[in-house]
Design a protein around this ligand. Structure first.
Ligand code: ASP
Ligand code: MG
Length: 412
């Protein structure tokens, strides 16, 4: 079985949905599972609905706009009497009535129940469209298959249960399902973290022992740098799982960091290709590939630089570090880079949930802190040392770390 993942950019409008069929035609449509994200910027729009709800403002206007947007797209794809229109409206009505009834004060829980609607509607539109044009497929609700814990907004997979359920799918059939979502023990919807659809696809691929997995992007494959941010980048045709994992870890947004591990474990070949040029080779990620030595650039934005020192100028020792790390974990703040000296610890961090001020408050009892907000972290892999440093010569470098052909600099 093959697993294909189509991200939000590939299904942002009716043309995008039609193009999925064009792509599938080039690949053969027998025995495949198609994982789809929410259309375009729907997830951001639904996040706004949740914010508005918690601000006790009128969230219904925003929800209605999102619904109309999807109905308009559907109008370009289906005849007016098609049952898909009711399905679309029903998903939004479900979100609406959930919010009307909801008593839970837990932001992350509420978020997952509402934001997941984006994938529900995109998948129902895609499945019905493919069916209309003769690509027989079954729509399946990913929440029946991906079982997780209750860590809302970043749920962890219960692999045993998930594998049992996914392996019941028929490998000769075609399915259309949602990325990004699953459900907990009590069947409440969970999400797997922003941009988590790649990860969903990898989970399906793992449990199905898929012959290959492909994600379809608006770039030709994995490049030596994000073409929107760097000049003179080129395509990496073959990379190893290890390299891809490293790139994702340093922030190459083309691959979600959790995606590679399940594929690597079962040696499932993984392709990143362009949905605009589906017959081109793109990038292949696999094992036993020759190590690639091309210099590559990765930019991670929206980072903060946190400088921590002890109040009494004593060394930052083990007890301090363990306290600092436990506070970071408590506030779900992720470290992108760290560097310590005798009396200070510098951390480049990502504040996914807007909790950094709480962290600072917790730290102030024991430490002096300085926070520089909104910095960028550049990583250069396979760096040619002399030349690479030229790249950031004229920038305001706040932190620099050089190790084994990897240069990392924090810049504001
Ligand atoms: N729709 C979700 C997001 O925008 C998941 C994904 O696109 O992978 O984060
Ligand atoms: Mg997306």
């Amino acid at each position: 079985m093959k697993v294909f993942k189509f991200g939000g950019a590939s299904v942002k409008d009716a043309e995008g949905i039609k193009n999925v069929a064009v792509v599938l035609e080039t690949q053969g449509f027998d025995g495949c599972l198609v994982v789809v994200s929410a259309m375009g910027k729907t997830t951001n729009a639904l996040e706004k609905v949740v914010e508005t709800y918690f601000e006790k403002q009128d969230f219904q206007i925003k929800l209605e706009e999102i619904k109309q947007h999807h109905l308009n797209i559907a109008k370009e794809l289906f005849t007016p009497d098609h049952s898909v229109f009711k399905r679309i409206s029903d998903f939004f009505e479900e979100a609406n009535s959930f919010l009307q009834r909801n008593k839970s004060p837990h932001y992350n829980f509420v978020y997952d129940q509402v934001v997941s609607s984006g994938e529900m509607v995109s998948s129902i539109i895609l499945s019905n469209y493919l069916q209309e044009i003769g690509f027989n497929n079954s729509w399946c609700d990913a929440r029946e298959y991906l079982k997780t814990d209750t860590n809302y907004r970043e749920a962890n997979i219960n692999w045993e249960e998930t594998e049992k359920r996914i392996s019941s799918l028929n490998p000769n059939q075609c399915y259309v399902t949602q990325g990004f979502i699953g459900s907990d023990e009590n069947s409440f919807t969970v999400t797997l973290g922003r941009e988590g659809s790649d990860y969903s696809a990898a989970i399906f691929a793992y449990c199905l022992n898929a012959e290959a997995m492909t994600i379809w992007k608006d770039v030709p494959g994995v490049m030596t740098g994000d073409p929107r941010k760097f000049q003179n980048v080129s395509l990496l045709e073959n990379i190893s799982y290890e390299e891809a994992i490293e790139m994702a870890y340093y922030g190459a947004s083309v691959i979600h960091p959790k995606t590679l591990q399940p594929l690597k474990q079962k040696n499932i070949p993984f392709f990143v290709k362009s949905f605009l040029e589906p017959t081109k080779k793109g990038t292949k990620v696999g094992s036993n590939l020759e190590k690639n030595h091309q210099e590559s650039f990765i930019l991670k934005e929206n980072q903060h630089l946190l400088r921590i020192a002890t109040r009494d100028f004593s060394f930052i020792a083990e007890e301090h570090l363990s306290l600092i790390f436990s506070l970071l974990a408590k506030h779900k703040i992720k470290i992108s880079l760290m560097q310590n000296s005798a009396i200070s610890l510098d951390l480049c961090v990502e504040d996914m949930y807007g909790l950094i001020d709480h962290l600072l408050t917790d730290l102030t009892t024991g430490f002096k802190t300085e926070l520089i907000r909104n910095v960028s972290l550049y990583t250069i892999r396979n760096a040619k040392l002399e030349e690479s440093t030229k790249f950031y010569q004229n920038k305001n470098v706040l932190l620099e770390q050089v190790s084994q052909k990897i240069i990392q600099v924090v810049i504001n």
